[in-house]
Ligand binder design. Sequence first.
Ligand SMILES: [Cu+2]
Length: 152
Amino acid sequence: MRTKLCIAFLLLTACTNGGTMTPAGGGGGAQIQTIDVNLTLNPSSQTPAGNAGGYSPAVTNVAVGTFVRFVNSDGFAHTATAIPGATTFPAGSPYSSSAQTQSGTAISQSWSSGTLPAGASSQTLLVDKAGTYLFGCFYHYGGPMRAEIVAH
Ligand SMILES: [Cu+2]
């Protein structure tokens, strides 16, 4: 009985979305915040920037000096692509086809995960500067599939 409870606890812990972890192999203990990419399971919600959806958390709070990464847990392809300079979500898609190609290494730049097939992970993006950073999906921007990173 005790063994079964322990196993159940471990499974629950391993399945928690949106947690932080330390990369294997050390590297000074840099923190990576994972943002879940899933239009099927993450419902839309109101955020300060407007109607968000498709990512979890809808608003990710991160510390400058840490990293973020996108993981597609959905059954089909998405992107996570910056909307540089925006403070509210534009009504129409702000993207060109360049969003389908991975670019960028820092959150304050223009960046995109590129097309992430089902199960794929993005590059890690350095949270290099405090601010609010909006992003969304090239394919499903109107879903809505968009969210917000707030760096402190
Ligand atoms: Cu999408």
